[in-house]
Design a protein around this ligand. Structure first.
Ligand code: MG
Length: 161
């Protein structure tokens, strides 16, 4: 039997392009650009999935959902998140304690959408919305985020057995 608490970290980036729905944090954020991706490109969910898998010692999202697999084309990332949460419980007996994340994005402002994301993610992860924290930052116009070419997300989770 391993330790009863485990921490994990996840990071993801997607390019942004015109005319694609902006899936982020389990919702669609109104904006003229969206993520270029094999799935719906939800960077926040992908970072959370990697944090969960990392904490459980079960690899990463690319291992479980290869982007060459046609089954995952255009998939709603909420389905991936639900699957990962179920997997770490079934295989390793871990439950989610809390999740904290930062989304790096120049535009649009996310404040008005964060509560809805919290609700959506909490639902997928089977936890209270109070256990889900989402922060947003710009990168002060620096780098690919600052040039509005992409969006990045970082997440940490704590699991308990
Ligand atoms: Mg991704």
């Amino acid at each position: 039997m391993g330790p009863s608490f485990r921490i994990g970290f996840g990071y993801d980036v997607h390019q942004l392009a015109e005319g694609i729905p902006f899936a982020l944090g389990g919702i669609v954020v109104p904006y003229e650009k969206g993520p270029v991706a094999h799935s719906d490109g939800d960077v926040l969910i992908h970072a959370i999935c990697d944090a969960l898998l990392g904490a459980a010692g079960m690899g990463d999202i690319g291992l479980h959902f290869p982007d060459t697999d046609p089954r995952y084309k255009g998939i709603d990332s909420k389905q991936l998140l639900k699957h990962v949460v179920r997997l770490i419980l079934d295989k390793k007996g871990y439950n989610v304690v809390n999740m904290d994340a930062t989304v790096s994005l120049e535009r649009p402002k996310l404040r008005a959408h964060i509560e809805q994301m919290q609700q959506a993610l909490a639902h997928c992860m089977g936890v209270d919305p109070e256990c889900i924290n989402i922060k947003a930052t710009t990168t002060e116009k620096l780098g690919f985020v600052g040039r509005e070419e992409g969006v990045a997300a970082q997440a940490v989770v704590l699991l308990q057995r």
